[in-house]
Design a protein around this ligand. Sequence first.
Ligand SMILES: [Zn+2]
Length: 461
Amino acid sequence: MKKTLFSLALLALGSTGMTYAQTDYQADSVFIRQIFNSALSDGRSYEWLRDLTQKVGPRLSGSEGAAKAVEYTRDAIVNAKFDNVFLQNVMVPHWVRGAKEKAYIISGKQKINVPIAALGGSVATPKGGTKAKVIEVKNFQELRALGTEKVKGKIVFFNRPMDPTKINTFEAYSGAVDQRGAGASEAAKLGAIGAIVRSMTTRLDDTPHTGSMRYASGAPIIPAAAISTNGAELLSKLIKENADTEIFFEQFSETLPDAPSHNVIGELKGSQNPAQYIVVGGHLDSWDFAQGAHDDGSGCVQSIEAVRLLKDLGYKPKNTLRAVMFMNEENGLRGGVAYADSAKSKKEKHIAAIESDRGGFTPLGFGVVGTPAQKAKIASWSKLFAAYGIHELGPGGGGADIGPLAQQGTVLLGLIPDSQRYFDYHHASNDTFDTISKRELELGGAAMAAMMYLIDKYGVE
Ligand SMILES: [Zn+2]
């Protein structure tokens, strides 16, 4: 009840032109305008992203590309003249795709090639490939109802689409991604010899979308691949016409020993509380066949830009501000875990962390994970963001890489851009620089800078 009254009081203040207590709304409004003006007229993030996607390119953990991305972003931070830049060691999984996969459907006399991609973490098929009759299911319940008798020796085809009626496409993704993550083991428990999963995308196209999968302990290990959505539609149609439809696929992926890698950290020292930190971050790794422009090159360059904007506008932070490029979000989260472990052992108090990992699209809000009072405080800054089309401060929030900081009570924020086109490109070879809008990218970086500024100035308590 008290909290409700508190929120109402804030709303009442909003209607009189003051959206939060005891602060200089006018000065903040002017400074945030400067942040956006600077980002939109003199921003650096777009050119950094051009280099990261086109000169460095794909950068899956353990790869040469990932090592180059570490060097590239470190240099970018050095050139932007932060107070300090350093690398944090982290051992990462090292999975490699190997030669390009092959797949075709055999139905009656027809033999039709379809685009597939091994799922991250999957084993190879046996030499010469795997061929078997295909069993289509929409979910694990349906699979289990078929039982060992019908599944043994077959290839299971998981074909439940992302729900197109979800306005937040991340909800649609959450509702479908269990097929990719756990489908192979669920099928293997019933004797299947392979798993083919409909790509996690909201559109129909010929581009397979990969992503990580994991083997359940105790289940037989079978190969798993994503099929393009057009391929999935075709396969489903052919199975309906001919229940004896088979699929052949061959892939060459393998997991090598863990490899050394790094998080990249740039910082501006705090003038009052240098041992207290506010982080903005994204993840530096991308899938092996993707430039990772949206996922998550955007989040990386926006993070560096957020700190740079504050520095170049002459802002002197009270707390130490960090831009963190986390390594290995896609297939292990080792960077995020290593960062939080290091913060804990060095007793670095993290006030808040802001992650951008939902694409470089028009920012619409921030999700906030914190106590009701912390959320109310951040929501009280809404009016400062409204001029920039950012209206949602609260629902959703956080990010995978900053998640491990929750153990020390850090407030976690996630930049929330428009999600409608994100899964067109997610984990696919078409996640390229040319799909990035310079302005949309810059608005996101500026929004992160503004949020970082307000948290630094007013805290979150
Ligand atoms: Zn990502």
